[in-house]
Design a protein around this ligand. Structure first.
Ligand SMILES: [Zn+2]
Length: 398
């Protein structure tokens, strides 16, 4: 048995405990979370002064294939379609071998683990190789195979491939899911077919929705910068996109899956958020705070989402729009930008909300006895304040 001491333990499923200890057995299972007086006998003891012990964090949305990028593609404030063009160009130039792609994904998993992240919602470019996700160091991976598609002739093949991959990807630490990319790259008909696969296989679906105002224009009028972008890529098929499409219709389609994630949701209206509230037991929203800032989006509808009791999780998105995969930095960014949101709520977003969004709340997101003892050790800036790990430390003076 091994004991971890800290001035604060925040189990999330109960209030913070001062001068506390977490005990883990030799198999790594949590045996005790509480004050020091009643702890069981341990043969190893380790102290973390100036730290809070939290449940391992959950990064509900990223794309690990970009984990080798030293900095985001483009400069802050880049227009979204220009950024997509850079992503497409980057993918074309890289032409990774299977070996190098494996290494890049592994480096993203290792980076995440080093920052106390124990579960990841990963969007994986099709075709997904299960070998890329082996040796995940105990990190729980929800791997959503991404689908893009404008050509109706391909749909049967795409769907058959998705169905067979769902079976191949499943391991003890890998949970397969589906990701129709976005409304401008996946026509409603293809989305409906993907959701049917999800219903049949009881899998989770993750889709980028209402990420930009251009996307809203695309859905409502089939015009604007995203149409121009698709034309430039030679994949614009106007007759594939119904004239009576709407964000609400897309959300309603997605909601048929047993569980779904609305990635970003930066520009959801009150009516759409009301719909998400009506299905909040099975639909979550994922906020990627620093990516939101990178693109210079308008204010995020944080209050509107939280007042509806919608499950809001947090993601880093990829290193193509974010400097790192450190989920704690996202939580600090949220603390800084939304001072009215309680620190407790922000911690829940990075733990139990992410776990619920990914359907793994029975395994991660809280410190509960009987679970794997995966923890995040967060440095406190004020030892009297259990949530002071959320305050961005000032750069050291020279
Ligand atoms: Zn994304």
């Amino acid at each position: 048995m091994k004991a971890f001491f800290a001035p604060w333990v925040l189990p999330v499923c109960q209030p913070p405990i001062a001068n506390a200890v977490v005990v883990v057995d030799d198999e790594g299972i949590l045996k005790y979370v509480g004050d020091r007086n009643q702890m069981p006998a341990c043969d190893v003891e380790q102290s973390f002064p100036n730290h809070a012990i939290l449940p391992g964090l959950v990064n509900a949305h990223t794309h690990l294939e970009f984990s080798n990028l030293k900095k985001p593609l483009g400069n802050p404030g880049i227009e979204f379609t220009q950024w997509i063009a850079k992503v497409v160009g980057y993918r074309r130039d890289q032409q990774h071998t299977d070996q190098s792609k494996h290494q890049i994904i592994q480096s993203g998993i290792q980076e995440s683990l080093s920052h106390g992240v124990v579960a990841i919602g990963e969007i994986a470019t099709s075709p997904v190789q299960s070998s890329h996700y082996s040796n995940n160091g105990g990190c729980l991976l929800s791997v959503f195979e991404e689908t893009l598609g404008a050509d109706k002739g391909d749909y049967d093949t795409k769907i058959a491939k998705l169905e067979s991959n769902l079976q191949h990807l499943k391991t003890a630490n890998t949970i397969p899911g589906l990701s129709p990319h976005a409304p401008y790259s996946v026509p409603l008909e293809l989305l409906q077919r993907i959701v049917r696969v999800a219903e049949k296989n009881q899998t989770t679906v993750a889709m980028h929705i209402a990420e930009t105002l251009d996307e809203r224009e695309f859905i409502a009028k089939r015009s604007g910068r995203l149409v121009e972008m698709l034309e430039q890529f030679g994949v614009w098929r106007p007759n594939m996109y119904p004239t009576n499409d709407s964000v609400l219709k897309i959300l309603k389609t997605l909601a048929r899956a047993q569980r779904s994630l609305v990635i970003h949701g930066n520009y959801l209206t009150d009516e759409e958020l009301d719909f998400v509230r009506s299905v909040k037991q099975r639909m979550s929203i994922v906020f990627c705070a620093r990516t939101h800032a990178f693109f210079g989006h308008l204010d995020y509808p944080m209050a509107e989402i939280l007042e509806r009791g919608i499950n809001l999780a947090v993601g880093t998105d990829s290193r193509a729009s974010n400097p790192d995969l450190n989920l704690m930095n996202e939580l600090k960014e949220i603390r800084r930008r939304f001072p009215d949101v309680s620190a407790e709520t922000i911690l829940r977003m990075g733990t139990i909300h992410g776990a619920s969004a990914l359907g793994i709340a029975d395994r991660v997101g809280t410190l509960e006895c009987g679970r794997a003892g995966q923890m995040c050790f967060a440095r406190l800036s004020d030892p009297n304040d259990p949530y002071s790990f959320l305050i961005k430390s000032q750069p050291q003076e020279k």
